[in-house]
Design a protein. Sequence first.
Length: 182
Amino acid sequence: MPEFFGALTSRETWALVHGMTLGALFLLAFGGGLASLYSLRASLVTEEGVQERTRRLRLGTTVMAVVAWLTVITGTFIVYPWYRAGVPVGTTDLTDYPKAKLVADAATAAWHNFGMEWKEHIAWMAPFLATAVAFAVAYYGVQLIRRGEIRRAVLVLFVLAFVAAGVAGLYGALITKAAPVA
């Protein structure tokens, strides 16, 4: 294992697990799930192919929902408290206090006042929407191929889950760049 992995602090490791592992896994898996849902049409797939794709879609959307939940739970309950940590009276070095570091400077205050406030709320939409998608795929299964209106509704929920996770991930990366939770 490269030497730099040993140099990560506990906070950096959790931030890496939260954003670059779980969050990235959700966002990357979206492409495969979107293609699978979109191409689930009778004219494109044999009956045997429908069965195989439906099983894969059930598994994939369930795993994506679980990953989305793990991402927001680790962010909310592990990484986020370090971000919001209160500054002891008399502290002048704000390096270990990301929120305080951002709001102390007028040039970066908007990263917290808008970016973090928006991120912490929109991020929770992703697992709810991903769970709705997983439920719909599990419930309707092969009917999705014949029920285009339901498949389209599931696609809309799926895209909304991606957008919510993408916005949260983008703000998270930009905020971490400005004030890391090291």
